[in-house]
Design a protein around this ligand. Structure first.
Ligand SMILES: Cc1cc2nc3c(=O)[nH]c(=O)nc-3n(C[C@H](O)[C@H](O)[C@H](O)COP(=O)(O)O)c2cc1C
Length: 381
Protein backbone atom coordinates (compact mmCIF):
# COMPACT_ATOMS: atom_id res chain seq x y z
CA UNK A 1 0.00 0.00 0.00
CA UNK A 2 1.30 3.43 -0.87
CA UNK A 3 1.80 5.78 2.08
CA UNK A 4 2.17 9.13 0.47
CA UNK A 5 -0.68 11.53 -0.04
CA UNK A 6 -0.19 13.25 -3.35
CA UNK A 7 -2.60 14.76 -5.86
CA UNK A 8 -1.56 14.36 -9.43
CA UNK A 9 2.20 14.54 -8.88
CA UNK A 10 2.16 17.89 -7.15
CA UNK A 11 4.86 17.95 -4.48
CA UNK A 12 3.19 20.93 -2.88
CA UNK A 13 0.28 18.78 -1.90
CA UNK A 14 2.47 15.93 -0.64
CA UNK A 15 2.52 15.42 3.13
CA UNK A 16 5.15 13.07 4.56
CA UNK A 17 3.78 10.65 7.11
CA UNK A 18 7.09 10.36 9.02
CA UNK A 19 6.92 6.56 8.98
CA UNK A 20 10.57 6.20 7.97
CA UNK A 21 11.67 8.96 10.31
CA UNK A 22 10.26 7.05 13.27
CA UNK A 23 11.80 3.81 12.01
CA UNK A 24 15.16 5.59 11.73
CA UNK A 25 14.78 6.94 15.26
CA UNK A 26 13.92 3.53 16.74
CA UNK A 27 16.21 1.18 14.85
CA UNK A 28 19.33 3.19 14.16
CA UNK A 29 22.16 2.97 16.72
CA UNK A 30 22.66 6.22 18.58
CA UNK A 31 26.31 6.48 17.42
CA UNK A 32 25.27 6.42 13.74
CA UNK A 33 22.53 8.97 14.36
CA UNK A 34 25.03 11.27 16.07
CA UNK A 35 27.45 10.70 13.19
CA UNK A 36 24.79 11.63 10.64
CA UNK A 37 23.85 14.67 12.73
CA UNK A 38 27.50 15.72 13.11
CA UNK A 39 28.15 15.26 9.40
CA UNK A 40 24.97 17.16 8.53
CA UNK A 41 26.25 20.06 10.60
CA UNK A 42 29.72 19.90 9.06
CA UNK A 43 28.28 19.59 5.58
CA UNK A 44 26.03 22.55 6.20
CA UNK A 45 28.98 24.62 7.34
CA UNK A 46 30.99 23.55 4.29
CA UNK A 47 28.05 24.04 1.93
CA UNK A 48 27.50 27.59 3.16
CA UNK A 49 30.75 28.49 1.41
CA UNK A 50 29.79 26.79 -1.83
CA UNK A 51 27.76 28.17 -4.70
CA UNK A 52 24.16 26.92 -4.67
CA UNK A 53 24.04 23.86 -6.91
CA UNK A 54 21.08 22.09 -5.38
CA UNK A 55 18.52 23.57 -7.68
CA UNK A 56 16.29 21.01 -9.35
CA UNK A 57 18.14 20.35 -12.59
CA UNK A 58 15.21 18.29 -13.90
CA UNK A 59 13.23 21.53 -14.19
CA UNK A 60 15.64 23.03 -16.72
CA UNK A 61 14.22 23.95 -20.09
CA UNK A 62 17.32 22.71 -21.95
CA UNK A 63 16.39 20.00 -24.43
CA UNK A 64 17.45 17.40 -25.25
CA UNK A 65 19.04 16.48 -21.92
CA UNK A 66 22.18 14.41 -22.50
CA UNK A 67 23.13 11.83 -19.88
CA UNK A 68 25.89 9.30 -19.38
CA UNK A 69 24.45 6.06 -17.95
CA UNK A 70 25.44 4.58 -14.60
CA UNK A 71 27.67 1.56 -15.30
CA UNK A 72 29.19 -0.61 -12.62
CA UNK A 73 32.99 -0.82 -12.77
CA UNK A 74 32.92 1.78 -15.55
CA UNK A 75 31.51 5.11 -14.34
CA UNK A 76 33.71 5.48 -11.25
CA UNK A 77 35.23 8.86 -10.42
CA UNK A 78 38.26 8.16 -12.67
CA UNK A 79 36.28 7.41 -15.84
CA UNK A 80 33.77 10.18 -15.16
CA UNK A 81 36.65 12.64 -14.84
CA UNK A 82 38.15 11.38 -18.07
CA UNK A 83 34.85 11.85 -19.90
CA UNK A 84 34.46 15.32 -18.37
CA UNK A 85 37.95 16.24 -19.61
CA UNK A 86 36.84 15.24 -23.08
CA UNK A 87 33.58 17.16 -22.98
CA UNK A 88 32.68 20.53 -24.43
CA UNK A 89 30.54 22.46 -21.93
CA UNK A 90 26.87 22.14 -22.85
CA UNK A 91 27.20 18.75 -24.60
CA UNK A 92 26.66 16.61 -21.49
CA UNK A 93 24.22 17.47 -18.71
CA UNK A 94 23.98 14.67 -16.16
CA UNK A 95 26.21 11.79 -15.09
CA UNK A 96 25.68 9.04 -12.51
CA UNK A 97 27.63 7.01 -9.99
CA UNK A 98 27.70 3.22 -10.16
CA UNK A 99 24.69 1.67 -8.42
CA UNK A 100 25.18 1.64 -4.66
CA UNK A 101 23.47 -0.69 -2.20
CA UNK A 102 21.31 0.93 0.47
CA UNK A 103 21.71 -2.19 2.64
CA UNK A 104 25.47 -1.89 2.30
CA UNK A 105 25.47 1.82 3.19
CA UNK A 106 23.54 1.02 6.38
CA UNK A 107 25.84 -1.81 7.42
CA UNK A 108 28.42 -0.74 9.97
CA UNK A 109 31.05 -3.13 8.55
CA UNK A 110 30.16 -3.02 4.84
CA UNK A 111 29.67 0.72 4.63
CA UNK A 112 33.28 1.72 3.89
CA UNK A 113 33.53 -0.73 1.04
CA UNK A 114 30.16 0.13 -0.52
CA UNK A 115 30.64 3.88 -0.09
CA UNK A 116 33.65 3.77 -2.45
CA UNK A 117 31.09 3.82 -5.23
CA UNK A 118 30.09 7.31 -4.15
CA UNK A 119 33.63 8.66 -4.09
CA UNK A 120 34.10 11.90 -6.05
CA UNK A 121 37.65 13.19 -6.43
CA UNK A 122 38.36 16.87 -5.99
CA UNK A 123 39.53 17.14 -9.58
CA UNK A 124 36.30 15.56 -10.82
CA UNK A 125 34.35 17.99 -8.62
CA UNK A 126 36.17 20.95 -10.23
CA UNK A 127 35.45 19.68 -13.72
CA UNK A 128 31.77 19.15 -12.90
CA UNK A 129 31.55 22.82 -11.96
CA UNK A 130 33.59 24.00 -14.93
CA UNK A 131 31.52 22.03 -17.46
CA UNK A 132 28.15 22.60 -15.76
CA UNK A 133 27.45 18.88 -15.38
CA UNK A 134 25.28 17.46 -12.58
CA UNK A 135 26.23 14.31 -10.69
CA UNK A 136 23.56 11.93 -9.42
CA UNK A 137 24.03 9.12 -6.88
CA UNK A 138 22.28 5.93 -7.91
CA UNK A 139 20.99 3.65 -5.14
CA UNK A 140 19.27 0.29 -5.00
CA UNK A 141 17.78 -2.10 -2.45
CA UNK A 142 14.48 -3.57 -1.34
CA UNK A 143 13.80 -2.07 2.11
CA UNK A 144 12.25 1.42 2.38
CA UNK A 145 13.72 1.98 5.86
CA UNK A 146 17.22 1.28 4.50
CA UNK A 147 16.64 3.83 1.73
CA UNK A 148 15.69 6.35 4.38
CA UNK A 149 18.79 5.66 6.45
CA UNK A 150 21.16 5.39 3.49
CA UNK A 151 19.89 8.63 1.95
CA UNK A 152 20.35 10.44 5.28
CA UNK A 153 23.92 9.15 5.27
CA UNK A 154 24.47 10.30 1.67
CA UNK A 155 23.08 13.75 2.39
CA UNK A 156 25.27 14.12 5.44
CA UNK A 157 28.50 13.02 3.81
CA UNK A 158 28.40 13.87 0.12
CA UNK A 159 27.38 16.62 -2.22
CA UNK A 160 25.32 15.13 -5.03
CA UNK A 161 22.94 17.05 -7.26
CA UNK A 162 20.31 14.32 -7.25
CA UNK A 163 19.35 10.77 -6.37
CA UNK A 164 18.29 8.01 -8.70
CA UNK A 165 16.60 4.76 -7.69
CA UNK A 166 17.62 1.73 -9.72
CA UNK A 167 14.46 -0.13 -10.75
CA UNK A 168 16.05 -1.59 -13.86
CA UNK A 169 19.07 -3.77 -13.11
CA UNK A 170 18.24 -7.22 -14.53
CA UNK A 171 20.91 -9.28 -12.75
CA UNK A 172 19.38 -12.46 -11.32
CA UNK A 173 20.69 -12.28 -7.77
CA UNK A 174 19.37 -8.75 -7.17
CA UNK A 175 16.05 -9.46 -8.88
CA UNK A 176 15.52 -12.66 -6.86
CA UNK A 177 15.77 -10.56 -3.68
CA UNK A 178 13.06 -8.21 -4.90
CA UNK A 179 15.38 -5.31 -5.79
CA UNK A 180 15.93 -3.30 -8.97
CA UNK A 181 13.82 -4.51 -11.92
CA UNK A 182 11.82 -6.82 -9.60
CA UNK A 183 10.17 -3.61 -8.36
CA UNK A 184 8.45 -3.26 -11.75
CA UNK A 185 6.09 -6.02 -10.61
CA UNK A 186 5.78 -4.76 -7.03
CA UNK A 187 4.08 -1.38 -7.16
CA UNK A 188 3.38 -1.14 -3.44
CA UNK A 189 7.03 -1.68 -2.48
CA UNK A 190 8.20 0.65 -5.28
CA UNK A 191 5.86 3.37 -3.91
CA UNK A 192 7.13 2.89 -0.36
CA UNK A 193 10.75 3.10 -1.53
CA UNK A 194 10.07 6.34 -3.43
CA UNK A 195 8.20 7.67 -0.42
CA UNK A 196 11.00 6.82 2.02
CA UNK A 197 13.62 8.41 -0.24
CA UNK A 198 11.52 11.55 -0.62
CA UNK A 199 11.09 11.84 3.11
CA UNK A 200 14.82 11.48 3.71
CA UNK A 201 15.95 14.11 1.23
CA UNK A 202 14.86 17.10 -0.78
CA UNK A 203 17.33 16.31 -3.58
CA UNK A 204 15.82 15.87 -7.06
CA UNK A 205 14.72 12.25 -7.40
CA UNK A 206 14.52 10.08 -10.50
CA UNK A 207 13.80 6.42 -11.22
CA UNK A 208 15.73 4.45 -13.86
CA UNK A 209 13.75 1.47 -15.05
CA UNK A 210 12.76 -0.86 -17.90
CA UNK A 211 9.60 -1.42 -19.95
CA UNK A 212 8.72 -4.63 -18.09
CA UNK A 213 9.93 -7.59 -16.09
CA UNK A 214 9.09 -10.86 -17.89
CA UNK A 215 6.97 -9.23 -20.62
CA UNK A 216 6.50 -5.75 -22.06
CA UNK A 217 4.33 -3.95 -19.52
CA UNK A 218 4.93 -0.30 -20.36
CA UNK A 219 1.39 0.95 -19.98
CA UNK A 220 0.65 -0.42 -16.52
CA UNK A 221 4.08 0.41 -15.12
CA UNK A 222 4.28 3.94 -16.55
CA UNK A 223 0.73 4.74 -15.41
CA UNK A 224 1.91 3.85 -11.93
CA UNK A 225 5.30 5.58 -12.10
CA UNK A 226 4.01 8.88 -13.47
CA UNK A 227 1.68 9.12 -10.47
CA UNK A 228 4.63 8.96 -8.07
CA UNK A 229 6.38 12.01 -6.59
CA UNK A 230 9.47 11.81 -8.81
CA UNK A 231 11.27 14.52 -10.78
CA UNK A 232 12.32 12.39 -13.72
CA UNK A 233 11.97 8.93 -15.27
CA UNK A 234 14.72 7.23 -17.27
CA UNK A 235 13.38 4.38 -19.35
CA UNK A 236 15.49 1.63 -20.89
CA UNK A 237 13.56 0.08 -23.80
CA UNK A 238 14.14 -3.55 -22.81
CA UNK A 239 12.48 -5.90 -20.33
CA UNK A 240 14.42 -7.55 -17.50
CA UNK A 241 14.30 -10.95 -19.17
CA UNK A 242 16.21 -9.57 -22.16
CA UNK A 243 19.15 -8.45 -20.03
CA UNK A 244 21.17 -6.60 -22.71
CA UNK A 245 20.03 -8.80 -25.60
CA UNK A 246 17.97 -7.80 -28.63
CA UNK A 247 17.14 -4.25 -29.61
CA UNK A 248 15.85 -1.55 -27.29
CA UNK A 249 12.21 -0.86 -28.20
CA UNK A 250 11.96 2.89 -28.69
CA UNK A 251 8.28 2.64 -29.74
CA UNK A 252 7.56 1.55 -26.16
CA UNK A 253 9.55 4.56 -24.93
CA UNK A 254 7.35 6.77 -27.15
CA UNK A 255 4.28 5.07 -25.65
CA UNK A 256 5.59 5.89 -22.15
CA UNK A 257 6.11 9.48 -23.23
CA UNK A 258 2.47 9.75 -24.36
CA UNK A 259 1.34 8.41 -20.95
CA UNK A 260 3.55 10.99 -19.32
CA UNK A 261 1.94 13.77 -21.41
CA UNK A 262 -1.44 12.70 -20.12
CA UNK A 263 -0.64 12.08 -16.45
CA UNK A 264 2.35 14.23 -15.55
CA UNK A 265 3.40 16.63 -18.30
CA UNK A 266 5.95 18.27 -15.99
CA UNK A 267 8.00 15.12 -15.40
CA UNK A 268 10.77 14.70 -17.97
CA UNK A 269 11.23 11.28 -19.55
CA UNK A 270 14.63 10.17 -20.81
CA UNK A 271 15.01 7.32 -23.29
CA UNK A 272 17.80 4.78 -22.99
CA UNK A 273 19.03 1.90 -25.09
CA UNK A 274 21.34 1.43 -28.09
CA UNK A 275 22.20 5.10 -28.60
CA UNK A 276 25.73 4.90 -29.94
CA UNK A 277 26.43 8.33 -31.41
CA UNK A 278 25.73 11.96 -30.64
CA UNK A 279 23.93 12.26 -33.98
CA UNK A 280 21.49 9.54 -32.91
CA UNK A 281 21.24 11.08 -29.44
CA UNK A 282 20.05 14.32 -31.05
CA UNK A 283 17.57 12.60 -33.37
CA UNK A 284 15.91 10.19 -30.90
CA UNK A 285 14.24 12.76 -28.59
CA UNK A 286 12.44 14.36 -31.52
CA UNK A 287 11.45 11.09 -33.10
CA UNK A 288 10.25 9.42 -29.89
CA UNK A 289 9.14 12.52 -28.03
CA UNK A 290 11.48 12.27 -25.04
CA UNK A 291 13.19 15.05 -23.11
CA UNK A 292 16.59 13.55 -23.65
CA UNK A 293 18.67 10.43 -23.93
CA UNK A 294 20.95 8.41 -21.72
CA UNK A 295 24.00 6.90 -23.38
CA UNK A 296 25.58 3.75 -21.93
CA UNK A 297 27.74 1.49 -24.07
CA UNK A 298 28.05 4.13 -26.79
CA UNK A 299 30.77 5.73 -24.67
CA UNK A 300 32.89 2.58 -25.24
CA UNK A 301 32.84 3.29 -28.96
CA UNK A 302 33.89 6.89 -28.55
CA UNK A 303 34.92 8.21 -25.10
CA UNK A 304 35.43 11.61 -26.77
CA UNK A 305 31.85 11.67 -28.09
CA UNK A 306 30.85 14.80 -26.14
CA UNK A 307 33.64 16.69 -27.88
CA UNK A 308 34.41 15.26 -31.30
CA UNK A 309 33.78 12.41 -33.68
CA UNK A 310 36.03 9.36 -33.51
CA UNK A 311 37.65 10.11 -36.86
CA UNK A 312 39.17 13.27 -35.36
CA UNK A 313 40.96 11.36 -32.61
CA UNK A 314 44.53 10.58 -33.66
CA UNK A 315 46.81 7.88 -32.24
CA UNK A 316 48.64 10.30 -29.94
CA UNK A 317 45.38 11.41 -28.37
CA UNK A 318 44.27 7.79 -27.88
CA UNK A 319 47.52 6.83 -26.15
CA UNK A 320 47.53 9.98 -24.02
CA UNK A 321 43.92 9.36 -22.98
CA UNK A 322 44.79 5.87 -21.77
CA UNK A 323 47.81 7.25 -19.91
CA UNK A 324 45.53 9.78 -18.24
CA UNK A 325 43.03 7.06 -17.35
CA UNK A 326 45.79 4.99 -15.74
CA UNK A 327 46.85 7.99 -13.68
CA UNK A 328 43.29 8.84 -12.58
CA UNK A 329 42.54 5.21 -11.69
CA UNK A 330 45.75 4.91 -9.69
CA UNK A 331 45.17 8.09 -7.74
CA UNK A 332 41.55 7.17 -6.97
CA UNK A 333 41.93 3.45 -6.29
CA UNK A 334 45.55 2.44 -5.63
CA UNK A 335 45.40 -0.76 -3.51
CA UNK A 336 41.60 -0.52 -3.29
CA UNK A 337 40.25 -1.63 -6.66
CA UNK A 338 42.04 -4.35 -8.60
CA UNK A 339 44.00 -3.50 -11.75
CA UNK A 340 42.21 -6.00 -14.09
CA UNK A 341 39.00 -3.89 -13.96
CA UNK A 342 40.91 -1.38 -16.09
CA UNK A 343 41.61 -3.90 -18.85
CA UNK A 344 38.16 -3.51 -20.39
CA UNK A 345 39.15 0.06 -21.33
CA UNK A 346 42.23 -0.93 -23.34
CA UNK A 347 40.16 -1.90 -26.36
CA UNK A 348 38.32 1.42 -26.21
CA UNK A 349 41.41 3.54 -26.62
CA UNK A 350 43.71 1.16 -28.45
CA UNK A 351 41.90 0.35 -31.67
CA UNK A 352 41.49 1.67 -35.19
CA UNK A 353 45.16 2.19 -36.07
CA UNK A 354 47.99 0.09 -37.43
CA UNK A 355 49.68 -1.91 -34.66
CA UNK A 356 46.70 -1.52 -32.28
CA UNK A 357 46.12 -5.28 -31.91
CA UNK A 358 49.75 -5.99 -30.95
CA UNK A 359 49.82 -3.09 -28.50
CA UNK A 360 46.55 -4.21 -26.97
CA UNK A 361 47.91 -7.71 -26.46
CA UNK A 362 50.96 -6.31 -24.64
CA UNK A 363 48.72 -4.18 -22.46
CA UNK A 364 46.42 -7.11 -21.70
CA UNK A 365 49.45 -9.07 -20.52
CA UNK A 366 50.42 -6.37 -18.02
CA UNK A 367 49.71 -6.90 -14.33
CA UNK A 368 49.72 -3.41 -12.88
CA UNK A 369 49.21 0.24 -13.72
CA UNK A 370 52.98 0.64 -13.66
CA UNK A 371 53.52 -2.15 -16.20
CA UNK A 372 50.79 -0.84 -18.49
CA UNK A 373 52.28 2.65 -18.31
CA UNK A 374 55.73 1.29 -19.27
CA UNK A 375 54.24 -0.47 -22.31
CA UNK A 376 52.54 2.74 -23.43
CA UNK A 377 55.55 4.98 -22.88
CA UNK A 378 57.71 2.45 -24.74
CA UNK A 379 55.39 2.77 -27.74
CA UNK A 380 55.31 6.54 -27.62
CA UNK A 381 59.09 7.01 -27.48
C1 LIG B 1 29.05 -2.69 -17.73
C2 LIG B 1 27.67 -2.15 -17.43
C3 LIG B 1 27.34 -1.82 -16.14
C4 LIG B 1 26.06 -1.30 -15.84
N1 LIG B 1 25.79 -0.89 -14.55
C5 LIG B 1 24.61 -0.25 -14.30
C6 LIG B 1 24.35 0.35 -13.03
O1 LIG B 1 25.18 0.33 -12.12
N2 LIG B 1 23.14 0.96 -12.86
C7 LIG B 1 22.20 1.03 -13.85
O2 LIG B 1 21.12 1.61 -13.66
N3 LIG B 1 22.42 0.48 -15.06
C8 LIG B 1 23.61 -0.13 -15.30
N4 LIG B 1 23.85 -0.61 -16.57
C9 LIG B 1 22.83 -0.41 -17.64
C10 LIG B 1 23.10 0.91 -18.38
O3 LIG B 1 22.98 2.02 -17.51
C11 LIG B 1 22.11 1.09 -19.56
O4 LIG B 1 20.80 1.16 -19.05
C12 LIG B 1 22.18 -0.06 -20.56
O5 LIG B 1 23.55 -0.35 -20.88
C13 LIG B 1 21.42 0.29 -21.85
O6 LIG B 1 21.94 1.45 -22.45
P1 LIG B 1 22.95 1.37 -23.71
O7 LIG B 1 22.29 0.51 -24.76
O8 LIG B 1 23.14 2.80 -24.11
O9 LIG B 1 24.21 0.72 -23.20
C14 LIG B 1 25.10 -1.16 -16.86
C15 LIG B 1 25.44 -1.52 -18.18
C16 LIG B 1 26.71 -2.00 -18.47
C17 LIG B 1 27.05 -2.35 -19.90
Amino acid sequence: MSHFKCDNNSYNSWTPNKKWLSHFAKKTPICFKSYVFFCSKMTLIALNDMPETNTNFWKTSKRPLMMLAPMEDVTDTAFRELVLHNTVAGQLDIIFTEFTSTDGLCHHKGRDNVAQRLFVSETERNLLKEKGVKLVAQIWGNKPEKYYEAVKFIEANYHFDGLDINMGCPVRNVVSHGSCSALIDNESLAAEIIQATREASSLPLSVKTRIGLKRVDTERWMKFLFRQPVDGVILHGRIQKQMSEGEADWDEIAKASAIRDELAPDIPIIGNGDVLTIEDALLKPEKYHTDGVMIGRGIFQNPWMFQSSLSEIDIEKRLNTLLKHLQLYESAWAHIRPFPILKRFFKIYISGFRGAAELRKELMDSNSVEEARKVLLGTMN
